[in-house]
Design a protein around this ligand. Structure first.
Ligand code: ATP
Length: 239
């Protein structure tokens, strides 16, 4: 792959775990239980993608597909201030799209092409959360196949955008904590399997002691499995 770009997650340890930041032309999935920091990393990346390359960004804008109303401009303000960026300008470069249901979410992903073709310098697409609407709408065993098929198609659209426009795609996926989850690979976690085939990078987030977070890279085709520790502070994600 040519011209792959990387976006810093704010924490050097986390960047190193995934080979130097999240990649363009790839789909990165972060999964973990409620409050593990998935939305926090999403907010961080929405800001860091705007940084110049020498600071770990791609001088670009982002699309933030918000499915659970988790986007917080105040949080962007804190993170942007930490990087000494102009808050208004930073917010303007985040194209917020609120998705009310899964069809709406699919439609929004389909429209990213138009936005890019109209000249927006999009370098990152965030979907927080990519699975929530699908899980809420397709309940029961008999709908599982349809849900999986729709979700796969949606992920395929996102992967196409990543490849066609040299964009990074970052999706979050909430999974329930399982009693055995801390000992093995959580591939059987809800939704884990669905995204397993589509995501190029999968990061599993866990809460650690004293407000720390543990990130583990799982199922990576060309990077070693490993863990790194980071913190969430007012300025965003740090070592
Ligand atoms: P959800 O599935 O509910 O969206 P999540 O995994 O996305 O959960 P986040 O909302 O990203 O979790 O993380 C919530 C945690 O982030 C809080 O519990 C808190 O520890 C931390 N956090 C949020 N905002 C701040 C802040 N301004 N300063 C420091 N820590 C914060």
């Amino acid at each position: 792959r040519k011209d792959v770009g990387r976006i810093t997650c704010g924490s050097t340890a986390l960047d190193e775990l995934i080979g130097g930041g999240i990649e363009t032309q790839s789909l990165t999935e972060v999964f973990g239980e409620f409050g593990s920091g998935k939305s926090q990393i999403s907010h961080e990346l929405a800001v860091t993608v705007q940084l110049p390359e020498e600071k770990g960004g791609l001088d670009g804008e982002c699309v933030f597909i918000d499915t659970e109303n988790t986007f917080r401009p105040e949080r962007i303000e804190q993170i942007a201030t930490g990087f000494e960026l102009d808050v208004e300008e930073t917010l303007q470069k985040i194209h917020i799209a609120r998705a009310f249901n899964s069809s709406h979410q699919i439609l929004m992903a389909d429209k990213i092409n138009e936005l890019i073709q109209s000249g927006a310098n999009i370098k990152l697409v965030i979907v927080d959360s990519v699975t929530a609407h699908f899980r809420a709408e397709y309940v029961g065993r008999e709908t599982l196949a349809t849900r999986q098929q729709k979700l796969n198609q949606h992920l395929h659209t996102l992967q196409n955008i990543a490849n066609t426009y040299n964009v990074a795609v970052f999706v979050t996926n909430q999974v329930q904590a399982r009693p055995d989850a801390f000992f093995g690979s959580p591939t059987k976690a809800v939704g884990g399997h669905v995204l397993g085939h589509a995501a190029t990078y999968r990061i599993w987030l866990k809460k650690g002691l004293a407000g720390k977070r543990i990130a583990r890279l799982v199922d990576s085709p060309h990077l070693p499995e490993g863990e790194s520790v980071f913190k969430i502070v007012t300025e965003g994600i740090v070592d």
